[in-house]
Design a protein around this ligand. Sequence first.
Ligand code: B12
Length: 213
Amino acid sequence: MTQNIFEQAIAAIVGGDVDKATEIARRGLKEGIDPLQLMTNGFIPGINEVGEQFGTGKLFIPGLVKSADAMEKATAIINEAIPQEQETVSGRIVVGTVEGDMHDIGKTIVVSLLRANGFEVLDLGRDISPARFIEEAEKFKADIIGSSTLLTTTMPVQKELEEELKKAGLKKKYKTIVGGAPVTRRWADRIGADAFAQDAGDGVKKVKQLLAI
Ligand code: B12
């Protein structure tokens, strides 16, 4: 039965069916399936399949947009259902998608999971320049700056952020964590980021490590 709902979630995203995707998200939660399981085993494999089809020329922009819309709506429902940690923990994080990049589904999941774990998170949204990351981190009195990129062409913005932090003498003040589908541990090391996370759960783990909690 559970297997079945994951398959249905995948089909709804691949088919770009908003109504079906939202109905499955709600039904899955009602049936007691863990929100992250629903995401990891259903909706994320669905959008990955869409990316695969788009990348190999089997799907075009209108189809990609429809599937993304279904994914965004289902993700919003699931994010709201992530159980919240009652106590806040000490740790303030600003998170955003880098300048030139409009992908924010994964970043939003990361924000939700960090908040659910008691962290105070400022979600900057998408298309965020290195200067803006730094300005907002200063205002928010952040401990950590998290950046997301889904495009290989915008990965260098994460490097610029490291450079701008160094130039401003703030590299020691903020820990940085990078993520997004094309981002690797190697890339993080190369640009001098303090941590890399491959998914939202790993992000929470790495943030805890950075804050030594
Ligand atoms: C959905 C989607 C879109 C949607 C985005 C909607 C939105 N609101 O985000 C729309 C339709 C807008 C879109 C547009 C484009 N897209 Co697009 N898109 C995708 C797709 C299919 C899925 C992305 C996604 O949401 N994945 C699901 C989430 C949950 O995964 P995730 O983002 O990786 O996030 C997880 C981890 O990476 C990590 N993480 C992510 N960020 C962070 C940050 C921190 C701090 C941490 C700790 C962790 C972390 O945790 C997340 C949760 O587990 C991908 C294919 C793919 N498989 O990645 C292509 C893809 C990224 N897109 C691609 C392209 C080319 C484009 C366009 C250029 C297409 C065009 N010609 O217009 C435009 C770019 C517009 C722009 N300037 O940004 C290419 C990129 C190729 C490349 N090498 O750079 C891909 C790979 C498709 C492909 N196979 O060709 N896209």
